[in-house]
Design a protein around this ligand. Structure first.
Ligand SMILES: Cc1cc2nc3c(=O)[nH]c(=O)nc-3n(C[C@H](O)[C@H](O)[C@H](O)COP(=O)(O)OP(=O)(O)OC[C@H]3O[C@@H](n4cnc5c(N)ncnc54)[C@H](O)[C@@H]3O)c2cc1C
Length: 402
């Protein structure tokens, strides 16, 4: 079997892995970035909603996204639209974005191995990860590394292979069509809530250009046993809610994916091993968005791995800087978002109609902070105590946990 030696081995060429590979090689490490598909983002498994401030921070070019300025919600008997002066949200061209991130990693020196499927994990006598075995075109390659970064997404192939984690039990399943539409408000997204759209989740219309959009349905498991693909086809066939305003719809491509929804329950460092992105469960549970965290903490993982290698100590204790840094950044926000999510999952259609009236009282910035789970303690306290509308104060008191 062919053997290759690298400082850092990154498993998975999604946003977490490409960002980890970029940062580790920028810090001077030799890096293998291993992806099982033939091309980066060959299969799209995400709707790609994110925030322009994050996109700009990451240096992702303008042509990679469609800006969104209006945020519409509908429940069976209510509908609200919050409009902003300028676009602060975006729907990514997922392929362009992920390929941009991968090229950036390659340009800094990371070696990209496509069509290379990690099947076995190597460990030393004390259980520390020492590398992986992958199959590429019927040939096996052994990759030896000082630090392995598990960025393999929902499957967490490295951590699972070492017995550190088990399959996620609580997760979201999403089915989505990229479609061409006859009519479209290209800067207005729709979230559709209530049992007829999704019994434990929501449906969406996310515009990707002047005349293309992603229409999808997400369902929480094990809360509901509805198949999101069946429900999605029903919604499109019956032209339910705002789908009817799109006119003729031509399906271009089907997307399907799974996302963990267990809050921040996992340990994310072990000897010589870091988990990042969906593998670590780093997603905002409110709307199950994880791309910006995958990129941000991918970069942190790459940096911490490189520093540990330079120091000659890649033990769990040394890599713990990574876990401390990402937890400090998002742990309390995610815990607050989990509370809002629990409230939302339990709402009846009638209660959703009322919830939208509360959401309608938020300014565009308050709404964005809310949906992004940017519940900084001082901001939350201010909303819970001083918001002019009592129902909004009550909502934020609930988020605070009082
Ligand atoms: C239906 C749906 C809609 C979503 N919508 C949004 C959204 O609008 N906004 C948002 O921010 N987030 C969204 N998310 C979540 C977002 O997609 C994830 O949080 C994000 O993709 C996590 O990135 P990642 O790099 O950790 O994992 P992934 O993007 O899953 O990347 C993992 C990579 O690892 C590769 N891989 C897996 N196993 C192996 C192996 N054995 N060997 C080699 N390579 C392997 C995979 O092929 C893949 O390329 C959505 C998720 C779903 C399921």
């Amino acid at each position: 079997m062919k053997e290759l030696d690298f400082d850092v081995i990154v498993v998975g060429g999604g946003p977490a892995g490409t960002s980890a590979a970029y940062m580790a090689s920028k810090k001077g490490c030799t890096v293998a970035l291993i992806e099982k598909e033939k091309k980066i983002a060959e299969t799209v498994r995400t709707s790609g909603v994110t925030w322009i401030s994050d996109i700009e921070k990451f240096g992702i070019p303008n042509e990679c996204y469609n800006p969104i300025r209006k945020f519409s919600f509908c429940s069976p008997k209510n509908s609200v639209t919050i409009s902003d002066e300028i676009a602060k949200a975006a729907v990514l061209d997922v392929r362009k974005t992920y390929r941009f991130l991968a090229k950036r990693a390659e340009d800094t020196g990371a070696e990209l191995f496509l069509n290379t499927n990690v099947s076995d994990i190597l460990k030393n006598s004390t259980g520390g990860c020492t590398g992986v075995i992958a199959k590429s075109n019927d040939k096996q390659i052994q990759f030896n590394g000082k630090v392995v970064i598990d960025a393999s997404g929902f499957g967490s192939v490295v951590a699972k292979g070492l017995g550190h984690v088990k399959q996620w039990k609580k997760f979201g399943v999403g089915a989505e069509y990229e479609v061409k539409t006859e009519k479209l408000e290209h800067d207005n997204w729709w979230l559709m809530v209530g049992k007829e759209y999704s019994p434990a989740g929501y449906a969406w219309i996310f515009p990707t250009s002047e005349n293309t959009a992603r229409i999808g349905v997400g369902i929480g498991k094990p809360d509901s046993d509805i198949d999101p693909t069946i429900r999605l086809n029903e919604l499109i066939d019956k032209k339910m809610g705002p789908i009817k305003d799109l006119g003729e719809i031509d399906k271009i491509e089907f997307h399907y994916g799974l996302i963990p929804n267990e809050g921040l329950s996992r340990k994310t460092v072990y000897d010589n091993l870091i988990l990042v992105g969906d593998s670590a469960g780093q997603a905002n549970p409110l709307v199950l968005e994880g791309i910006r965290y995958a990129i941000r903490f991918g970069e942190v993982a790459g940096r911490v791995a490189a520093d540990a290698i330079t120091d000659g100590n890649t033990s769990k204790a040394s890599l713990m800087t990574y876990e401390k840094e990402w937890k400090k950044a998002i742990e309390s926000n995610i815990n607050s978002a989990v509370k809002v999510q629990s409230r939302w999952v339990g709402l009846s259609d009638e209660e959703w109609n009322k919830e939208l009236s509360i959401i309608n009282e938020l300014t565009a910035d308050e709404f964005l902070d809310f949906i992004r789970a940017d519940f900084g303690v001082s901001k939350m306290l201010k909303l819970a105590t001083h918001h002019p509308k009592m129902i909004v104060r009550q909502l934020f008191n609930m988020v605070k946990g009082t």
